[in-house]
Ligand binder design. Sequence first.
Ligand code: X5A
Ligand code: ZN
Length: 400
Amino acid sequence: MEAPEDPRRRRVGLLYDERMCRHATPDGESHPENPERIRAIWLKLESEGIPQRCVVLRAKEAEDKYIALVHTQSHIKLIRNISSKEFDSQRLRIASKFNSIYFNKGSSEAAYLAAGSVVEVSEKVAKGDLDSAIAIVRPPGHHAESDEAMGFCLFNNVAIAANFLLNERPELGIRKILIVDWDVHHGNGTQNMFYKDPRVLFFSIHRFDFGSFYPAGDGGSYCMVGEGAGAGYNINVPWEHGQCGDADYLAVWDHVLLPVAESYNPDIILISAGFDAAVRDPLGGCCITPYGYSLMLKKLMGFAQGKIVMTLEGGYNLNSIANSVLACAKVLLEEKPLVGSIEVQPFESTWRVIQEVRHELKTFWPALAVELPQNVLASNGRPCPVEDAHGWLWFKFADF
Ligand code: X5A
Ligand code: ZN
């Protein structure tokens, strides 16, 4: 006989579907955004007995009418047809017209499944059928613009889900959505889709390197605060350099994101959860640990009655992403108190960025208007883990 369900137990949705592994490079060439990413995450969760404790869901394809809430008809048509036989001879040429994009026979289906999955779990969390959820999807979404695939992204999965809740399910009472984009790259697509929309507060924390880090340009600058009715509802935290880690991210949580979330009071939180700011990621050059991610997530669970949907974006070190998602799953399951410690201080540049962001946004968010105490600002260079050619981590002093 089955044990009666503990009513206090958190209902956490966990979505995975092998069909999203069929999107791959056409020629078998190696690529960081490859099928092994989601397989590695799923295998890790299975080996830790996580799926048995969650509500496991399979993917379902998004309907065109929901995708059309954020994408143009021509873009939808392209992604729908790109994997068909008629496109066999043109696929390579078409992909080459986009920035950092490949297509194969499995791309269309995977793109529709990724978007549909996020819609599906978001609806269940909004309804209260689930407390929270993790969607282990690919291709990722946050770089996709309304009329353009880019940066390994075909459809903007999280943006589609946000618009779906606001426009297609008003009866669920979701009127304000906080999107937290902690992928190491700026979420340009999502920013543009909601730039004038106060119903979505878009927060992105990313490497910027003064405009030289992908997707490059001014879009990820802290000056981009939103426009018209959306003014104040777009927040960028642009790192000046790599090597940012737990201490830097948590300082931003405490001094920017959480005070704003407190006054915005979202009805649901959608996390564009890339794990390419994780330590040892080959593209990100940052160093968040699984413990760091678990704290970042835990601190968000105090808002929106814990209604949180995590959606995979980037993240290219298989071990790092698997361990980071595992740590997050344990937080959503409220397994036990988090263990770990943060050994270092934020960079001096981190305090500079925090002050710039607060200054830029203080007219919209009074909680950001107070000066930070001088003592928190006075930290100098600090050690950070760097990997040598043998894969060993060493602590080296860096000062920026
Ligand atoms: C989703 C994501 C990164 C694109 C990097 C292109 N994309 N050089 O992490
Ligand atoms: Zn990324």
